[in-house]
Design a protein around this ligand. Structure first.
Ligand SMILES: Cc1ncc(COP(=O)(O)O)c(C=O)c1O
Length: 84
């Protein structure tokens, strides 16, 4: 999991390569980097999933809860099945 901090994208090239080389799934935590971009793409769209907490300490808040983004329909279905 790559945690983007303080409104900035993390080291996406390096960490994506580590994930690819080791057959790992990359998940991005974007709670502190809503709207951050890297090479013209939004954070949260580089890995298999992006997570955006909406708790009271984050950039955009909703009291609690969060958002996940993915272009993998199976991961979407799994996330939907366990959401609360
Ligand atoms: C980067 C980051 N991810 C996740 C969390 C926690 O998210 P949640 O409370 O929705 O699990 C925080 C802070 O609370 C955070 O700063």
């Amino acid at each position: 999991m790559l945690v983007h901090m303080l409104g900035n994208p993390g080291h996406l090239d390096k960490i994506s390569k580590i994930a690819d080389d080791n057959d790992l799934i990359l998940i991005e935590d974007c709670a502190q980097a809503f709207g951050a971009m890297y090479k013209g793409k939004s954070v949260g769209t580089f890995g298999k999933m992006g997570a955006f907490s909406l708790n009271v300490y984050e950039t955009i808040i909703a009291g609690d809860g969060g958002i996940v983004v993915t272009d993998d329909v199976n991961l979407y279905k799994r996330a939907f099945a366990i959401h609360d």
